[in-house]
Ligand binder design. Structure first.
Ligand code: PGA
Length: 253
């Protein structure tokens, strides 16, 4: 059975005190998770170890927001997957649209990152999704299929089963404009059909596909109730404890 995940993406926000108190406010709620549910916090690099320690008791996980596509060596300013693995980090966001857009990360670079994560036993949370002009042209399915083909289609079924996919339409990120539950469900079902075409229905049915883009307490339940939406990758609303707590509670049981 696939997992239901509430993943917080803090992006480049919060100082150390703010980070600690946000986590502790969420931990205080002591939410009982069902077996297939998981809560993940993608925190900025400087807080990874501390946050990992802080959430351990609750059984939550910490993710890095990015990693290098190189194994190690003279790459000033980069963080390798091996380093993340060595400090006990289990997840890494790969290919967030902000990385693709502002740091020119291509499908090929993201393929390398996915491979390094899998080699080191980290779960890549692989992001895909189209910009507004693509949706307006009606070519969003082809565009997302291309992203999946170029970064993931070289994987074996066993490898694919270890990844999480996040569909994040760029026009819905940080804009307050959420995809409707119907739009999200349509794309998630399409993504699952692409996976099924390549690896078979059983494999596709096991893959967690998160929705991201202005998820908040007020819309989480409706979005998550769609059959192919297995939780969310949450930016803005994850910086507010009551909002994120409500989003965790909206996960399918
Ligand atoms: P948002 O961001 O929830 O602020 O739209 C989501 C994301 O970028 O992961």
């Amino acid at each position: 059975m696939r997992q239901q995940i509430a993943a917080a993406n803090w992006k480049m926000n919060l100082g150390l005190d703010g980070a600690k108190s946000l986590l502790s406010d969420i931990l205080k709620e002591d939410i009982a998770l069902a077996e297939q549910q998981q809560v993940i916090f993608a925190v900025p690099f400087p807080y990874l170890m501390l946050a990992n320690e802080q959430v351990q008791k609750a059984g939550y996980a910490i993710a890095a927001q990015n990693c290098s596509n190189k194994k190690s060596g003279a790459y000033t300013g980069e963080t390798s997957v091996e380093m993340l693995q060595s400090i006990g980090i289990r997840y890494c966001i790969v290919g967030h649209s902000e990385r693709r857009e502002y740091y020119h990360e291509t499908n090929q670079i993201l393929k390398e990152k996915v491979d390094l994560c899998l080699e080191q036993g980290l779960v890549p949370i692989f992001c895909c999704g189209e910009a507004l002009e693509i949706r307006e042209k009606g070519t969003e399915n082809d565009f997302v299929r291309g992203q999946l083909e170029e970064s993931l289609f070289h994987l074996t079924a066993e490898q694919l089963k270890k990844i999480v996919i996040a569909y994040e339409p760029i026009w819905a990120i940080g804009t307050g404009k959420t995809a409707t539950a119907e739009q999200a469900q349509q794309m998630h079902a399409f993504i699952r059909s692409v996976l099924a075409g390549k690896w078979g229905q059983n494999v596709a049915d096991d893959i967690t596909i998160l929705y991201g883009g202005s998820v908040k307490a007020s819309n989480a339940q409706e979005l998550f109730s769609s059959p192919d939406v297995d939780g969310g990758l949450v930016g803005g609303a994850s910086l507010n404890a009551p909002e994120f707590i409500a989003i965790i509670k909206a996960l399918k049981k």
